[in-house]
Design a protein around this ligand. Sequence first.
Ligand code: FAD
Length: 121
Amino acid sequence: EILPQKVFQLAVEQAAVAITITDPDARILYANPAFEKVTGYSIGEVAGLNQSILSYKVTPRLVYDSLWAQLERKQPWKGVLVNRRKDGSRYLADLTITPVLNAEGDISHYLGMQRDVTDVH
Ligand code: FAD
């Protein structure tokens, strides 16, 4: 029998979607193998860095402002961002960010889940 906590870990590690867990400042604490596949970055390379390292720097500031406004209301945000892989290539990320609340109801982490939808668009 596998303990529930171990099942969570195995599920996240084997998920087809790229998953990150960040601190409240969007600094990456964890990335799963699918994230490495999509972005070309290993977890060792991105640990402690802001998720903005993935930005292709063409997304209007307004998009990020509304993203953060939504998250600060403790609501999930979903959208498509233009991202950059480690090798500099561009891809479209279908991204969902979910605030993770602690027992006090405050945001302690963010859960990021993204798929490369370049071929879809
Ligand atoms: P920033 O310096 O981040 O500023 C942009 C705006 O957001 C400003 O209005 C600023 O005040 C506000 N802001 C920034 N950080 C915070 C904060 N911690 N709390 C409240 N407001 C804040 N971006 C991507 O481009 N691609 C991604 O794949 C991506 N994935 C993300 C995944 C997660 C889980 C999270 C939490 C964020 C992700 N982001 C992603 C957003 C990223 O963290 C940056 O905010 C974004 O890339 C813009 O970076 P910037 O340096 O240009 O601007």
